[in-house]
Design a protein around this ligand. Structure first.
Ligand SMILES: [Zn+2]
Length: 181
């Protein structure tokens, strides 16, 4: 989950180092806050400190998402994405807040209006589409694919590919099919 996205043209975006550092700082200061005595002056000061870092983190994330969505919008005519149910996903996988904090929902919202502004399209692929389980080379669909399997290995045609990259190609093909339908 350290990447915001992986695209079918081989692009991916990792959150910048300064952002991850701010997140670490936030965690550290939140831990300190939890140790401060309730009702104390120290706790009050620490609470304000945490709130300020929180604001910084939020702004850095927003800024990053704006830049990424703008860059993609300017480069292409349509974007096909998987319509992930982020809330269900974070609950199901027990990621807690981390998936939400990854900002993917906000990223999709920004992409959507930036594309629309330019008369371009955002195509959402049904979340039940087997983007990860399908071999982008021969079309075979696996029965099971563990989250821990980061490389897709097709037993039918022998294709080996990064799991997310394989999924992104499937999403692109399905998106084009929907656009032409
Ligand atoms: Zn295959």
């Amino acid at each position: 989950m350290k990447e915001l996205y992986v695209s079918s043209d081989g692009m991916s975006a990792e959150y910048p180092r300064y952002y991850r550092q701010s997140l670490d700082q936030l965690k550290r200061e939140q831990r300190k806050l939890s140790l401060c005595q309730k009702g104390s002056e120290n706790r009050n000061k620490q609470r304000i400190k945490v709130a300020k870092i929180h604001e910084k983190v939020t702004n850095q994330r927003k800024d990053f998402l704006h830049k990424q969505s703008k860059q993609i919008t300017n480069a292409v005519d349509a974007v096909c994405i998987e319509d992930l149910d982020m809330k269900g996903m974070s609950q199901a996988l027990n990621f807690g807040k981390s998936v939400m904090d990854n900002g993917f929902g906000m990223f999709v919202t920004m992409l959507n209006y930036k594309l629309m502004d330019q008369g371009k399209q955002l195509v959402k692929i049904d979340r039940w589409f087997p983007s990860s389980k399908r071999c982008s080379s021969c079309g075979t669909v696996k029965n099971t694919l563990l989250l821990s399997e980061r490389t897709y290995h097709c037993e039918d045609c022998g294709m080996k590919m990064d799991r997310d990259y394989n999924a992104s190609i499937n999403i692109k093909v399905e998106g084009i099919r929907l656009l032409l339908a």
